[in-house]
Design a protein around this ligand. Structure first.
Ligand code: NZQ
Ligand code: ZN
Length: 382
């Protein structure tokens, strides 16, 4: 077991009606609020009305920056950071899915910096302060509500990059599962895939920690049981709640205590699919994971077999890979590029994707990938 520090400063409010307290809590950080939102779903779900009413009740001065897109882009982060500076924001409230909350995390740092936000993402500028951030999550998937990470895309550089900094832990996160009742079937499935993928990144991470492994497997099993149930009963509050909690637990530190770190190789592949084809994050992972497992099956058979053992009661490596693929397929998420409507059958299309993989230095922290692996992965994902 590796040494570790168990630390998570996010105060997480979970359950029906939890945003009732958001006005008073937000006012503890000041009067001027920058509200960051996406492309309209917050209004459609009723979350916007509820949160706005509480912020107004607390007599807060709210300015909204809306329009953050899924697979968020750095240009929007720069624009929103300029807005935060212009209004001299005391606190940021992010209302949306992972894209909105991740953007708000970088905005909270970029607002305190004169240069481009991308400098922060690539560690060219090392921030020392951030505007306090409060998150209201409307989509169960990323775990961003309880972690210090953010992922943004730079389309000019064809890059999608993860960034971590303790300064961007939300001060408070509000998780009302009823806000997720309007999430479409597709995005519900992508969210379930994402939480499974985060658990798998931990499973294939560095180090041995048996209790943490058991916890990780329990999170995946929760998704295997309640994911399909939810997909056939999208208005079920209790199932929404179970999946929302599982998604938080998949990436809030619990799956890595006693291990050094997750692998993240599959996520780096998925990010390339988002950059090039704007594939939704979860869908990119259901395409990349089966291919990655097939690539790794002779390199790490024991670890794959152990996974099969705890999830599918099988000792066969091939069966484990097949069942993982089938799990994603059963959720309705694509398991090949073709299923996502992307054709890379000709050489130029393959070369294009390979170039983006090289630019983004696709590799895991534990299981390193090289150019030859990229060729194999392209074949396996096709
Ligand atoms: O833009 P709006 O109108 O809000 O619509 C969104 C978007 O179209 C919609 N949506 C959100 N809440 C809804 C809803 N629709 C109906 N009802 C609701 N209640 O869903 C669509 C997808 O939203 P998005 O925020 O993009 O999805 P997700 O939460 O999956 O976030 C994906 C982003 O998070 C990053 C991904 O790379 C991707 O950019 N990740 C962040 C991580 C982190 N910070 O720790 C880890 C993850 O691995 C992931 O990489
Ligand atoms: Zn993810």
């Amino acid at each position: 077991m590796e040494n570790f520090v168990m630390f998570n400063p996010v105060k997480l409010h979970f359950g029906k009606g939890v945003t009732d307290k958001i006005g008073n809590i937000t006012s503890e950080y000041g009067k001027k609020v920058l509200l960051v939102t996406g492309q309209g779903s917050a209004k459609a779900s009723g979350a916007w009305d509820q949160v706005m009413a509480r912020l107004k009740e607390a007599e807060l001065d709210v300015t909204e920056f809306s329009g953050i897109k899924s697979n968020p882009i750095i240009e929007d982060v720069d624009k929103a950071a300029a807005k935060a500076r212009e209004i001299n924001a005391d606190v940021i409230v992010a209302l949306g899915g992972g894209s909105v909350i991740d953007s708000a995390k970088i905005i909270s740092l970029a607002a305190k910096y004169d240069g481009p936000a991308w400098d922060i993402v690539v560690d060219k500028h090392k921030p020392t302060e951030a505007i306090p951030l409060i998150a209201v999550l409307t989509l169960a998937a990323t775990g961003t509500e309880m972690n210090p990470a953010a992922v943004v895309q730079n389309n000019c550089l064809q890059a999608k990059k993860g960034y971590g900094n303790k300064l961007i832990y939300p001060k408070h996160s509000f998780l009302d599962p009823s806000f997720t009742l309007t999430v479409s079937r597709d995005y519900t499935a992508y969210g379930i895939v994402d939480l499974i993928a985060h658990s798998l990144e931990a499973w294939f991470g560095h180090g041995e920690a048996s209790l943490t492994d058991r916890f990780t497997a329990a999170v995946i099993r929760e998704a295997m049981k309640h994911g399909p149930e939810l997909l056939s009963d999208l208005n079920n509050y209790d199932l929404r709640a179970r999946i929302m909690f599982a998604a938080t637990c998949a990436l809030n530190g619990m799956t890595v205590y006693g291990k050094k770190h997750q692998d993240w190789g599959v996520h780096t592949i998925g990010h390339c699919l988002s950059v090039l084809y704007d594939v939704p994050h979860g869908a990119s992972l259901s395409i990349a994971y089966p291919a990655w497992l097939k690539l790794q099956k002779e390199r790490i058979p024991k670890r794959i077999q152990e996974l099969g053992n705890v999830l599918f009661e099988t000792n066969s490596v091939d069966d484990t890979i097949h069942k993982t693929e089938y799990l994603f397929k059963g959720l309705g998420s694509p398991v090949s590029l073709k299923e996502a409507g992307i054709d890379i059958s000709d050489e130029p299309a393959k070369e294009k994707l390979k170039k983006v993989m090289m630019k983004n230095k696709v590799s895991g922290l534990v299981h390193k990938l090289d150019e030859k692996d990229y060729d194999k992965l392209l074949e396996l994902m096709e």
